[in-house]
Design a protein around this ligand. Structure first.
Ligand code: GDP
Length: 405
């Protein structure tokens, strides 16, 4: 199934939302690839991964094919789990195909949906059900402490960075069993900073098969991102800021997290006076248009700028949670809007009357006007940039909403 308004679409996972509730769709089939394994072993792994890691499982079958041996095997495995399972019968493109769906009752799955991935029919009802069966988001423990996640590719130096930071035993105040069954969160307290390092290492567990490793590392990054306020996107200076790092960056951004980029292993780079500038430009090319993100050059080995990195992360955390009083915001924005209003479209003039910052945990601004549908992306970006220029939200994503008044 395609993520309806999926923004971080890539082959195997996508973040999406329905009626304001966000969730991540993962294609386990995209991860568990056969290799030399038997067909049954492959199915077992897919289902095992889904049962272990998902909050709800969509079991997709094909009405053209009918009930296959594979479907029976999947159903048998799913019956053992207590996760909600939705049976999605695909390719029900028209009413003529409905009678053919009856045979799927034999799989013994109560919640059944007829959909057509081609014409989209049935997907609304399915999405309604998905958001109803998903667990309500729990308030994490130690809610008032900032939550930071270190994310990046394997071998970028995440563990080394955390070790460099934690160093001596005494800095670790508590190890607490965390918000998900697997995560271990470390409360860090030093130099006047107190925060939680989100770590979902527990997920790594058994993973019998090596094909699953990439899957688990992606899930791990996703989880850590979701449970954090600010993500430290750490990458290896001796490698390029490649598509995997970019994916992680955009996952963090699309989850509305604060972001700091850490260029690690800086000790290995031959430096001249252009090095940081060239690195910065190369990274900004990859993350445009969201370039207002701090970049810190560090070495986890020599501990160079490791504390500077944390200072920067704390700074982003503060900026991300600050609020601009409505009066002040209007006094600043309205003259700018008056001077450069949204371009008229088909003779219609948009009049923005006022704006305010919403009460959310990350910066969101609403602008109220007569014709919201005529305000396009470029103008929203213009508004965002003006806010950034004046208020310094560096490292934080900003959402701009245009609403009818
Ligand atoms: P992780 O998989 O992201 O947790 O990466 P690790 O922390 O295990 O580091 C992978 C390898 O990179 C190890 O051999 C580390 O010693 C090495 N490494 C990590 N950080 C640095 C650094 O800043 N400089 C150098 N030279 N090596 C590093």
């Amino acid at each position: 199934m395609d993520a309806a308004s999926g923004v971080t679409r890539d082959r195997h996972y996508g973040k999406t939302d329905w009626n304001g509730k966000e969730f991540t769709l993962i294609d386990t089939g995209g991860y568990v690839i056969g290799g030399d394994d038997t067909f049954e072993a492959v199915i077992d792994q897919q289902v095992e991964v889904a049962i272990d890691e998902a909050d709800a499982i969509l079991f997709i079958v094909d009405v053209e094919v009918g009930v296959s041996v594979m479907d029976q095997e999947v159903a048998r495995l799913l019956h053992r789990s207590d996760k909600p399972v939705l049976l999605v019968i695909n390719k029900v493109d028209n009413a003529l195909r409905v009678p053919d769906t009856v045979e799927f009752f034999a799989l013994g799955i109560e919640k059944t949906f007829h959909v057509s991935a081609i014409n989209g029919s049935g997907t609304g009802e399915l999405l309604d059900t998905i958001i109803n069966v998903l667990p309500k988001t729990k308030k994490p423990e130690s809610l008032d402490l900032p939550r930071f996640a270190v994310v990046g590719r394997p071998n970028a130096g995440k563990s080394s960075f955390i070790n460099a930071l934690l160093g001596k035993e005494r800095n670790i105040v508590t190890d607490q069993a965390g918000t998900t069954r697997d995560s271990i969160n470390t409360i860090y307290n030093q130099y006047g900073f107190e925060f939680v390092l989100v770590d979902t290492a527990g997920i790594r567990k058994k993973s019998k098969v090596k094909e699953n490793i990439e899957f688990y590392s992606v899930i791990r990054a996703l989880r850590s991102i979701e449970h954090s306020d600010v993500c430290l996107v750490l990458f290896d200076a001796t490698r390029s800021f490649d598509s995997q790092v970019k994916n992680i960056f955009w996952l963090a951004a699309r989850n509305h997290k604060g972001i700091v980029i850490l260029v690690n292993k800086w000790d290995l780079v031959e430096k001249d006076n252009q090095a940081t500038k060239l690195f910065t430009e190369a990274i900004q090319d990859e993350i445009a248009p969201f370039v207002d993100v701090p970049i810190v050059f560090i070495s986890s080995l020599t501990k160079q700028r490791v504390f500077k990195a944390i200072e920067t992360v704390v700074d982003v955390y503060m900026k991300r949670s600050k609020r601009i009083p409505t009066r002040e915001l209007n006094d600043f924005m309205l003259p700018i809007i008056q001077k450069t209003p949204p371009p008229a479209i088909k003779g219609k003039y948009v009049k923005i009357k006022y704006c305010l910052q919403l009460h959310s945990d990350h910066p969101q601004f609403a602008f109220f006007c007569n014709l919201p549908q005529y305000v396009k992306e470029p103008y929203k970006r213009f508004l965002e940039n003006k806010i950034r220029e004046n208020y310094d939200f560096t490292g934080a994503t900003i959402d701009i909403f245009i609403r009818k008044k």
